[in-house]
Design a protein around this ligand. Sequence first.
Ligand code: GRF
Length: 220
Amino acid sequence: MSTLRVTVLVSGSGSNLQALIDARDQGRLHLQFLQVISNKADAYALQRAETAGIRTALLPHTDFAGREEFDQTLARQIAQGDPELVILAGFMRILGPAVLGQFQGRMINLHPSLLPLYRGTNTYQRALDARDAEHGASLHFVSAELDGGPLISQVRIPVEPGDTAATLAARLAPQEHRLIVSTTGLFCDGLVSCRGSQVLFRGKHLNRPLQLQSDGSFLV
Ligand code: GRF
């Protein structure tokens, strides 16, 4: 496993960022965190980064005249240090061509649903309303389509009788942490890449997302 230069984009609590930091600290992932970028000043993720000694950058989208200006500044900020992988871990902004043109194929997003089901927000309640037997989380390459880029990996949990959006979210969170760490490990090992709309795993097209198993391995 070689050391991978990563930049993480956040907007919220940063528990997934913490999972990556912990995995790095425990020697399970060989990562060099270039920086953590937030569009929210009050994101707890920024404190987590500072505690871990990772450089932070704050770019409040509300400070910019429009989406394009924000995206251009964000693209310049992300480019610093030349990250090999850009991880969107709870980053709540849609990104436009200024960012995607530069980073498509090396930018991944964590989403709390079994994509292509439930793009966008409120995924837990939507899964409950549909009486789904399973819910889960997905990691995908970022494309111009919201939560619509090529799928890399997923983790699944059963929906239990009596589940609410809150209980489902609480049970999924630790599984998301496992998914983001294990999938980032695949990038450290150089096993995953993106070619156009196709994901390559060990050099072969993936027909369905890798499924994270309870033992930490992926089912292809
Ligand atoms: C996660 O549920 C992730 O799937 C979604 O936003 C949440 C981020 O949580 N995109 P945290 O900020 O990492 O705790």
